[in-house]
Design a protein around this ligand. Sequence first.
Ligand code: SF4
Length: 279
Amino acid sequence: MIIRVFPERTSYTPVDSHVFIGPPMFSAMLPPHDEVHISCIFTWDKKKCAELAYQWDAATDKPVKLGGLGGPAFGSPANDFNPGMYIKPNIVFTTRGCNNNCPWCGVPKLEGPLRELHIVPGNWIQDNNILQANQAHKEGAEMREYKFRGKRIDNGAWESGGIQIGGLPHHEGMAYIIDKSTNYLTPVDPATVGQLTGYTDDDNNELYEGDIIKQYFRGAGSIYHLSEIRYYQAAFMACSLKTKAHTPLHNDTNRHYRLIGNIHDNPEIVERRCGDEKN
Ligand code: SF4
């Protein structure tokens, strides 16, 4: 696990338990980690980031890397894109670099010619110049499937497809799942509507908002977090039902998910939902 340190928080900064803003807290309170990366994007933060590297070096016996892989200010290479590492997991890059050489732009010098990356789930594409990618790549980047599900009003079964909320005369507040091949609208309970996250569990089950999962971490033995999937702070998160801590969904080798139910079919699992803290 990598602790990522940022000189200040922005709307793009990820929010998981291994993200820190500024100097370290007491060493004993740091989460388990293998490395610390000081992520420095802007050149005007370089002095502050260098000081942070010095402070973090004193707080951990693990390697501290200034710039990490998210530090363009220090000339770090922009290699493969790892969603959720240095920016929120819903914000993605599908290419790096650019084949142009505009005199005011640092992208060609820092990232080199255009390279197409593996496309990961997300809904904000931040590429420097995706228009230079080949047509198949552009279509792949655009074609993330937006899919929703909801429980049918007539028989309570799950229905999935496109979504329409209201929009029909005398049907304000109603929700409909759209069959994309026939455009047929099936009325569903609006309270049960959830979006497909783009992630799957270890058995390749698609994960939706409102699903309940067991979340395992590599090296954590049999310890798991029973979590609810939520859309929170502009990203799909697993919210621990015990601690209410949010962790971005991630399909990487460190995390394992097992779908065990959802908040609508299995209310007995969920004594207190995430987001109910004020109730
Ligand atoms: S990223 Fe945009 S501004 Fe920069 S070199 Fe390419 S085309 Fe020019």
